[in-house]
Design a protein. Structure first.
Length: 190
């Protein structure tokens, strides 16, 4: 019996175009405004890297819609993770929290949620900067497969995926373009 080698290749599927991404951010900003009530208590905290960029974009959009400047910060959760042995060595980014978070409505912002471990780490990190009245979670893409009981309050796109697939978010400020793509791994016998 002759065994044929299995070849693997990828297929890239665009999930959100630049225009769809822009509209999604506008919709998410509107939802945050609606559910936050007193915008003077609102603080956006993005999780490095793309979550920080998204938080800035949301802050800008909220200011356009409501003429209110919302404090925006960024947090690096590297040292709060419980899976450092699996993700490898990383150089931590600089955390910037714009104010004491006590009594605030904090919206944690990230690009993709998968197992939930990054968000668990972010929750631990945020509590070092005060005791927020409430912490909400805003995610651009929820791809499922949670290992922890964490659920976003605001979701840009629900995208069921297979575990071997990847979701890539590209943002102009970081990557030079705006898009969300699903990378599928395909196998075939040669």
């Amino acid at each position: 019996m002759i065994k044929h080698p299995i070849r693997m290749h990828t297929q890239i599927v665009e999930i959100l175009s630049a225009e769809e991404l822009r509209r999604t951010i506008t919709r998410l900003a509107s939802q945050v405004i609606e559910q936050s009530g007193d915008l003077s208590k609102l603080v956006l905290i993005g999780i490095y890297t793309r979550g920080a960029t998204l938080a800035r974009q949301l802050g800008y959009q909220i200011e356009l819609l409501e003429q209110v400047s919302v404090p925006v910060g960024a947090i690096d959760v590297t040292f709060y993770r419980d899976d450092l042995d699996q993700i490898g060595v990383r150089t931590p980014a600089k955390t910037h929290i714009p104010c004491d978070l006590s009594g605030k409505t904090v919206v944690l912002v990230d690009d993709v949620i998968y197992k939930g471990r990054t968000i668990r780490a972010a929750l631990n990190a945020v509590t070092e900067y005060g005791r927020p009245q409430v912490i909400r979670l805003l995610i651009l893409v929820d791809r499922g497969h949670r290992e922890l009981p964490i659920r976003p309050d605001f979701t840009g796109k629900q995208l069921p995926t297979a575990t071997e697939e990847q979701v890539k978010v590209y943002l102009q400020d970081v990557d030079g373009r705006d898009a969300v793509e699903l990378i599928k791994v395909l196998t075939s016998e040669s």
